[in-house]
Design a protein around this ligand. Structure first.
Ligand code: PLP
Length: 377
């Protein structure tokens, strides 16, 4: 990231922490295979064990419950694919890495983007107890809306269901207690908290059995075979350790985000801001400028040195219709004009000033074009 870019796309990825990059490089230089018994192997194993403790500590799980993966996508696939034989009930606003997997039911959400508990209960009532896996994310990547996961887990467990939670966006941006949430499986990703890309974890509650994502050398308790991504895991450990100590600092970011929204409202009082009526991550805001396509806005921001995103464009650079906003009942012409702005702990007031200046200019031009096309009175 160059210093001249106002980076406001933390939900796509957070810039790597220097400390995490240093730890990754140091681990890469160890040179041993963590499965080897000699000294270099033991050093590599020690680095993985330390990272496992740090990642467990971030979500208050046990180190032995952490299974390292290649990221959130693989953790999600392992959770849903590893629960064979169960009906998979997922919320309608899950990340594509969940929705693209086979599932039997989609639970609707309210206009604020919160899972409809009555509908979930209806689904669970309609099937025999103990036959279901429920997957609901902790915080949505597009709107930041936080789901009532502990309530969902309580309801699902009453029906003998297993509960998976995609905590990829929430982890590192809010305090998470795996036991208090009482979920069985939880997905994490390092690069959303300043760790390296391509590494993540599935937290598997002690006593919960999932089938192996990959078989072979028996690494990761036999659940995910293959020589571990030592450098990535070491970097993840450092990022998780630091993120754990920073949780309180996000309240400053919430103030910055709220101030940003207030300034946008001052310019456009009827600005649609999605999920604003629900609890949200401190760093996320998703709003629309009806009449101006979101890809046009993103390009205009980019040309002005401001990095924002069109919804969940972190998946492949593509800009497709937002299934999240559709599930919230947002009309297509409005959601096609929605952008996501996501802040980080390093975001300062100057970056927000730049965003607002560019947004106001895009809007001024759009209003001028619309006025030029008005039929003369
Ligand atoms: N789940 C959510 C909610 C996400 O936002 C993302 C990434 O954007 C993922 C899963 C996928 O994580 P990864 O990029 O580590 O595969």
């Amino acid at each position: 990231m160059t210093a001249t870019i106002a980076y406001l796309d933390y939900n796509a990825t957070a810039p790597i922490r220097e400390t995490a990059a240093a730890a990754a490089l140091e681990a890469m230089r160890i040179g041993g295979n963590p499965s080897s018994v000699h000294r270099l192997g033991r050093l590599a194993r020690r680095a993985i064990d330390a990272a496992r403790r740090a990642v467990a500590g971030l979500v208050q799980a046990k180190p032995e419950e952490v299974v390292f993966t290649s990221g959130g996508t693989e953790a999600n696939a392992m959770a849903l694919g590893g629960s064979l034989g169960r009906r998979r009930v997922v919320s309608a606003i899950e990340h594509d890495s969940i929705l693209a997997l086979p599932h039997e039911e989609r639970v609707p959400v309210s206009s604020d983007g919160v899972v409809n508990m009555a509908a979930l209960e209806g689904f669970l009532d309609a099937v025999p107890a103990g036959t279901t896996l429920v997957s609901v994310m902790l915080a949505n990547n597009e709107t930041g809306v936080i789901q009532p996961v502990a309530d969902i887990a309580r309801l699902a467990h009453r029906h003998g269901a297993l509960v998976h939670c995609d905590a990829v966006q929430a982890a590192g941006k809010m305090a998470i207690d795996f036991n208090a949430l009482d979920v069985d499986l939880m997905s994490l990703s390092a690069h959303k908290m300043g760790g390296p890309q391509g590494v993540g974890a599935l937290i598997v509650r002690t006593g919960v059995s999932v089938t192996a994502g990959r078989v072979g050398g028996g690494q990761e308790r036999g659940l995910r075979a293959g020589t571990e991504n030592l450098s990535g895991i070491a970097g993840f450990g450092v990022a998780a350790e630091e993120a754990r100590t920073e949780v309180d600092a996000w309240s400053r970011v919430a103030t910055l985000r709220d101030d940003l929204e207030a300034r946008l409202f001052a310019i456009q009082p009827d600005l649609p801001v999605f999920g604003r009526g629900a609890p949200r991550l401190a760093n996320t805001t998703c709003f629309a400028m009806p009449g101006v396509k979101r890809e046009t806005q993103v390009i205009a921001f980019d040309l002005a040195g401001v990095a924002v995103s069109a919804g969940a464009a972190c998946s492949s650079g593509k800009v497709s219709a937002s299934h999240v906003l559709r599930a919230m009942g947002v009309p297509a012409e409005v959601s096609s004009a929605a952008i996501r702005v996501s802040l980080g702990l390093a975001t300062g007031a100057e970056e927000i000033d730049r965003l607002i200046a560019v947004w106001a200019e895009i809007r001024r031009r759009a209003v001028a074009v619309a006025a030029a096309h008005e039929p003369a009175a």
